[in-house]
Design a protein around this ligand. Structure first.
Ligand code: F6P
Length: 360
């Protein structure tokens, strides 16, 4: 009998259940009744404190389209992994203890950057771990695509589409703040798909004068409105020049004064142009709802690949997508590295070619 543990860790996204379904269906095909799947509740917490569910085959039916995660999730910061828990117990030892006590043959971790760092740590500690690339941010190093990303692009694009109609009616400047943590993938894709006029992402620090120039140009050319897609991590040239400590202080001050980056940029543009500005923050909506077909296909393929890896006893790896091929790389290769948008990439150049401003 094979025993495989599943856990979903970090911020949720739309295709977590679809991916678990893919792995489970693959395993049931390979092992028939000779496999048991154990679902740990609320991410690594469930593994630490042995909170788990014995999953049934039927648990994986009808979940392809269901967003969120049937196992629950939690954020367990990597930097605190080696800090003892409230009872003074080593968290990694607790997880190893559960793994061996339950006689697991493999552990499948669906997670983003921090979660895969922990997966790598557990793999180095001798556990049979496979990582699956989840995040709406698409910032996991080593994979072209993460599941959840395209679904989030869909929602953020929808938000920009909705803003378009009201912005054009009222002749206003609108700012849509898009998630993505420290990277600009989601904003770049939703911005292009939604026809934004200005896209501000962390990888390309902006100059507010250039942003304002673009808005004024549009007004001069007869456009009654402008739409800015601004990444939650967008940063100005002056902010990019600050030391880490100074930037942290600046972020604290901004949180009390403006709430978030879009409100800050909005207030400043209003001051500089005298134009009416409105800000929209779709926020966690971007992680919610049903996975788009692309993500359902990707999750199914990733899940099937993971089941095959378990059959072949291939562990310590992250399943990735490279040029539309599903493959895998050592967890250690990806752990701790972020995948940023390259300011010189074709997609950025093409966006600039059609007149989208990045404020640089
Ligand atoms: O990593 C996914 C993500 O949605 C980021 O885009 C965002 O910065 C963060 O999680 C929000 O985290 P939380 O759900 O803890 O507010």
């Amino acid at each position: 009998m094979k025993r495989v543990g599943f856990l979903t860790s970090g911020g949720d996204c739309q295709a977590l259940n679809a991916t678990m379904r893919g792995v489970a269906k693959g395993l049931y095909q390979i092992y028939k009744d000779e496999v048991e799947i154990i679902g740990f509740e609320d991410g690594y917490k469930g593994l630490m404190y042995a909170n788990y569910l014995m999953m049934k085959q039927s648990d994986f039916s009808g979940v392809l389209t269901k967003g969120g995660t049937m196992l629950g999730t939690s954020r367990q910061p990597f930097k605190l992994m080696r800090v003892p828990d409230e009872n003074g117990l080593d968290k990694v030892e607790l997880m190893k203890h559960t793994y061996y006590k339950l006689k697991l043959d493999a552990l499948v971790v669906l997670g983003g950057n921090g979660s895969q760092k922990t997966a790598n740590l557990l793999s180095q500690e001798g556990l049979n771990v496979i990582g699956l690339p989840k995040t709406i941010d698409n910032d996991l190093w080593g994979t072209d695509m993460t599941f959840g990303f395209q679904s989030a692009v869909d929602i953020a694009t929808n938000a920009i589409d909705c803003i378009h109609t009201t912005a054009s009616s009222h002749g206003r400047v609108f700012i849509v703040e898009v998630m993505g943590h420290k990277v600009g993938w989601l904003t770049l894709h939703a911005g292009i798909a939604g026809g934004a006029d200005i896209i501000l992402i962390p990888e390309i620090p902006y100059d507010l004068n250039k942003v304002v120039k673009k808005i004024k140009e549009r007004t001069k050319n007869g456009s009654r409105f402008s739409i800015l897609a601004v990444a939650e991590g967008a940063i100005s040239k002056e902010q990019a020049a600050l030391s880490k400590k100074e930037y942290k202080k600046y972020l604290e001050e901004r949180a009390t004064k403006y709430q978030s980056v879009a409100y800050e940029i909005g207030a400043k543009i209003q001051e500089m142009t005298g134009q009416e500005i409105r800000v929209t923050v779709p926020g966690h909506m971007q992680r919610g709802g049903t996975p788009v077909p692309y993500d359902r296909v990707l999750s199914t393929r990733i899940g099937a690949h993971a089941a095959d890896m378990i059959k072949n006893n291939e562990f310590g790896k992250l399943v990735v997508v490279k040029n539309n091929v599903i493959t895998d790389i050592p967890l250690a290769e990806s752990a701790g590295k972020l995948k940023y948008v390259d300011p010189q990439s074709d997609i950025v150049k093409e966006a600039k070619l059609i007149g989208i401003s990045f404020g640089d």
